[in-house]
Design a protein around this ligand. Structure first.
Ligand code: PBG
Length: 325
């Protein structure tokens, strides 16, 4: 009689086909959304220093990246815009001829099957870099909300399938839903950045999007990192106001929040694996301290395992390319 146990977990780890057969969590290209940064002009392709592999592109170049995203079977793209000019009201955000509106029209004309999500916020368009209208040194919630709704409608009119408000103003999801419906855009979905934390991990993004605040920070709008019950309140509120999908952001430092939101709402949950999380892996890999592709894949797997249905990732395209072999 052997003293060894009858159940030997290592049996199913012997070969990759066995491991694949019993793998509980998978990451597929279709689970991933690729962020793209649109700038005015043509033939422009400007690398973002703090985010290797990420570029600011003019609409014609962005179209090429979007074509590849579609060909690779990614879930979709998420568009950000850097306007030609900024002002205190962020008017470039809701300009029909604005950079995102122009890029969306081109994408939907050339690649109608591509899922296009637009980030709805004013911070890339305001001269002060805050997410709305400043009154007495802080973002004024109720003056900002109508501008966000106007922005969302202009994105949807340009052809966006999904609008994603990332500003964290109170009541914006309800206002956006009402404005979309009023404009006859009841089929445009809302992916709300519902539990968005005031995070240090957004650093590199602010280079990519040129949206660093000129003074202060975003802590009067974005959530305190210590809070999870509040995240659930935010999520429930956005769902009650008409959000179709809810987001937790960042991802890795908030996997517990992702799990709770998934379990407690049953709604489609998106997690944003943000710029700083991406840049940390890239920087360590560049120094030869970790295996970049494996670390990226492990991070994406952990986010899916925590319950995210979809993941916004700067690594999406490289992940899908690697899968193709
Ligand atoms: C705001 C917005 C931000 C990100 C997405 N939308 C920045 C912020 O809130 O300061 C961050 C994304 C990232 O870090 O990858 N429009």
């Amino acid at each position: 009689m052997s003293s060894h146990p009858a159940y030997r977990p290592r049996r199913l780890r012997r070969t990759e086909p066995l491991r694949a057969l019993v793998r509980e969590t998978t990451v597929l290209p279709g689970d991933l959304i690729l962020p793209l940064f649109a700038v005015p002009g043509s033939g422009v392709r400007r690398p973002v220093g703090s985010m290797p592999g990420v570029e600011q592109t003019s609409p014609d170049e962005l179209l090429k990246d979007a074509e590849e995203a579609l060909r690779l079977g990614l879930g979709g793209v998420l568009l950000f815009g850097l306007p030609a000019a900024k002002d205190p009201e962020g008017s470039g955000a809701y300009d029909e001829q604005g950079i995102v509106q122009t890029a969306v029209r081109l994408l939907k004309r050339e690649l109608p099957e591509l899922l296009v999500i637009t980030d709805v916020c004013l911070c890339e368009y305001t001269s002060h870099g805050h997410c709305g209208i400043i009154v007495d040194g802080d973002v004024d919630n109720d003056r900002t909300v109508p501008l966000l709704a106007r922005t969302a409608v202009s994105h949807a009119q340009a052809g966006a399938d999904v609008v994603a408000p990332s500003d964290m103003m109170d009541g914006r999801v309800g206002a956006i839903r009402a404005a979309l419906d009023h404009a006859g855009l009841e089929q445009t979905a809302i992916l709300s950045y519902a539990a968005k934390y005031a995070s240090a991990f957004y650093g590199p993004f602010r280079d990519a999007a040129g949206s660093a605040p000129e003074f202060g920070d975003r802590r009067t709008a974005q959530m305190d990192p210590g809070n999870v019950a509040e995240a659930l309140r935010e999520v429930r509120l956005d769902i009650a106001e008409g959000a179709d999908m809810v987001m937790v952001k960042p991802a890795l430092a908030y996997l517990d929040v992702v799990r709770r939101v998934k379990d407690e709402t049953g709604f489609p949950v998106c997690a944003y694996h943000v710029s700083g999380e991406y840049a940390m892996i890239e920087a360590a890999a560049e120094r030869g301290w970790i295996d970049g592709p494996r670390a990226h894949e492990e991070a994406l797997t952990s986010i899916r395992r925590a319950g995210a249905d979809l993941v916004i990732s700067y690594y999406a395209r490289r992940f899908a390319r690697a899968r193709r072999g």
